[in-house]
Design a protein around this ligand. Sequence first.
Ligand code: NAP
Ligand code: ZN
Length: 335
Amino acid sequence: MFEIHGFAVHAAGAQLLPYKFDPGELQPNEVEIKISHCGVCHSDVHLIDNDRGLSKYPFIPGHEIMGTVVAVGSDVKNRAIGERVGVGWQADSCGICEWCRQGDEHLCAQSQPTCIGRNGGYADKIRVNSRFAIPVPATLDSENAAPLLCGGITVYSPLRNHGVRPYSRVGVIGIGGLGHIGLQFAKAFGAEVTAFSTSKDKEAEARSLGAHHFVNTRDTGALKKVAGSFDFLLSTVSADQDWQGYVTALRPKGTLCVVGVPPSPMQIQAFSLVDQQKTLAGSSTGSPRDLHEMLDVAARHGVKAITERFAMAKANDAVAKVKKNQVRYRAVLAN
Ligand code: NAP
Ligand code: ZN
């Protein structure tokens, strides 16, 4: 009999309750990780509330995990007991499809998210396919690194994949868990960086994280004033926005990339994309290879999450604070 102890949700929007389960025998390709920290991503909040219809109850949320390998399956050759690793949004993939073979495991149709149909990181332990247990550079502190495993890769990948360069003018929309890391990576890429925020009290910190400019989107006409200004806009907001205003804020050939998941369809005039050859894009997490690279870049450039620590048993308090947009800037649960 094996036992993992955590905090699970049993119905949409319900409180997390202590929960234990038997994960059975360790599979040959799995590692078991003793969790030290787990970030509270807004995607956990979406899953707890089931506002995307993806959740399977009961489940333990959590997919920004840091910990130490405590057991390895019989086929595992890439990880060792005692190694410090991180786990993000993805816990497994088929390993043989076109996407897995080309190193885009996160696009695999059989991808297994860490806490959908499985139990995630608001717990003492977790098991994942060893390919998704990513070694973390020693210079990164576990509490500040945990949010990089989802929040960090989610902002790093689009900046990299859309070719952000030192001459690029980049805007990060929403300075929360993802956005405050996005400012730091955009600075590391050398771009001229603008923070778009509904919270004017975030201005000083946004500037200290790398923003050269700050736009308070609650100001009347704020987006009109920056029309035609940006090569790349990255939206990390989970609420509906003036999407047309952001497309208008792009320069010719500019891209608006969404990683946040607002509730309503996005309203945009096709002509405003056609006329100046603008692109509307989306991006989802990243592959194990991308995670390795992102963590190396974070270590080299001093990118880290600003965290607010909660004891694991206080997970409900952390989730409630995320819902109220009161965390500065990422809640992290600690065992
Ligand atoms: P978060 O920490 O709650 O931050 C979201 C930020 O959006 C807030 O801090 C706030 O920034 C802004 N915001 C919130 N409500 C708003 C409103 N009504 N109007 C305008 N701005 C608002 O959330 P997160 O963890 O960064 O996640 C953000 C979104 O990304 C979520 O939808 C999450 O599910 C999604 N996500 C996607 C991926 C992916 O792979 N694509 C990965 C992780 C997360 P200001 O105070 O600065 O306005
Ligand atoms: Zn996440």
